[in-house]
Design a binder for this molecule. Structure first.
Ligand SMILES: C[S@@+](CC[C@H](N)C(=O)[O-])C[C@H]1O[C@@H](n2cnc3c(N)ncnc32)[C@H](O)[C@@H]1O
Length: 329
């Protein structure tokens, strides 16, 4: 079992690694990014992962790269460094280790408890499926999963759980498949988006991303690089808007509002410079070799010397689901 890092060379180029630099790998996973950073420059890498299994996998690298590499268990939303750093890279989502270990419950390819907790603690996907109201589930699957069949799926979940709690991955996948009328020749399984939505809720992935981007903004030195690889449109949009707002801070937020005068106090100095507005995506060769690369999108920007902006607010996309979930937590 292994994890093939996606957009590895592109992420390393975007970091502009240099000898003597200090870099944060916010998502250690299988360590593919950290290893490449250490191979490309005589640098120090500080890595994080919220998953205890990823931390255990990193023990070997911690021993072999002693003095050049430190690994911490924790969420990147809580990231803070003693000194400012030269680069922060996020490779978002789940690793192949998490997907392939059936008992983690992230995948509908194998039967396991409906878990999906990256940290292995707290409320699980089974709690969401069995305890959220039908309306909250529908909103969640529509907004986080971007699935137009959300109402039908939510109704089927609520009907099924009235007979017995839904506790297994394959049981949920079957409920979703039946609710939407089978696979209809689709390339992806009909439960893909429901599983994605549940995973994002259970791990508060959008909240983490908002806090992580702001934490990186505070941690970076002027000239330091923020690099983010995302795997679905909600994350990519959040990264894109975060960088665009902070790079083009001229008060031209809306076409209905006049430009702010140069000395307006609400005008903010740009905290990032965007050298490239478009996302970098995987090559055809990478996509052919690694299906995970299909939806990958990389964005990066360079930190300026302006102060960090206020903490980014995560979007309240499915407020009913988020509020019910917060009450359960
Ligand atoms: C796509 S994998 C990273 C793969 C890695 N770049 C590699 O080459 O092996 C994403 C990793 O980020 C971790 N992760 C996701 N959200 C996190 C968060 N908020 N804080 C810390 N780690 C997180 C997951 O546990 C997972 O191990």
């Amino acid at each position: 079992m292994s994890h093939a890092p996606v957009l590895l060379a592109e992420a390393m180029d975007a970091l502009a690694l240099k000898d003597g630099g200090v870099y944060v790998d916010a998502t250690f996973g299988g360590g593919g990014y950290s290893r490449e950073m250490l191979a490309r420059a005589d640098a120090h890498v500080i890595a994080f992962d919220r998953d205890p299994d990823a931390i255990a996998r990193g023990a070997e690298l911690s021993a072999s790269a002693k003095g050049k590499f430190t690994l911490h268990q924790g969420r990147f939303g809580d990231l803070s460094t003693e000194d400012k750093v030269d680069g922060v890279v996020f490779d978002l989502g789940v690793s192949s280790f998490q997907l392939d270990e059936a008992e983690r419950g992230f995948s509908f390819q194998a039967d396991a408890d409906l878990d999906m907790r990256m940290e292995k603690e707290g409320l699980s996907a089974a709690d969401a499926v069995n305890r959220l109201s039908e309306g909250a589930l529908a909103d969640l699957i529509y907004q986080y999963g971007e699935d137009d069949d959300s109402r039908r799926i939510a109704r089927a979940i609520v009907q099924a759980r009235a007979a017995a709690p839904i506790t297994r991955t394959l049981a949920l996948a079957k409920i979703v498949e039946d609710a939407v009328g089978g696979r209809k020749g689709a390339r992806t399984h009909p439960a893909t988006k429901t599983f994605q939505a549940l995973r994002m809720l259970v791990n508060d992935e959008l909240g983490e991303l908002a806090r992580g981007l702001s934490a990186a903004e505070r941690a970076l030195k002027p000239g330091g690089r923020l690099v983010a690889v995302s795997f679905h449109s909600l994350e990519d949009r959040m990264v894109k808007q975060f960088l665009a707002a902070r790079a083009d801070a001229l008060g031209r937020g809306s076409r209905f509002m006049p430009d702010l005068p140069p000395n307006d106090p609400s005008r903010r100095a740009p905290s990032f410079a965007l050298d490239r507005k478009r996302a970098t995506v995987s090559s055809d060769a990478e996509t052919a070799a690694n299906p995970r690369a299909r939806s990958a999108s990389l964005r990066w920007a360079t930190r300026t010397d302006a102060p960090a902006w206020d903490e980014l607010e995560p979007p309240a996309l499915a407020p009913r689901a988020e509020a019910e979930w917060a009450r359960l937590s």
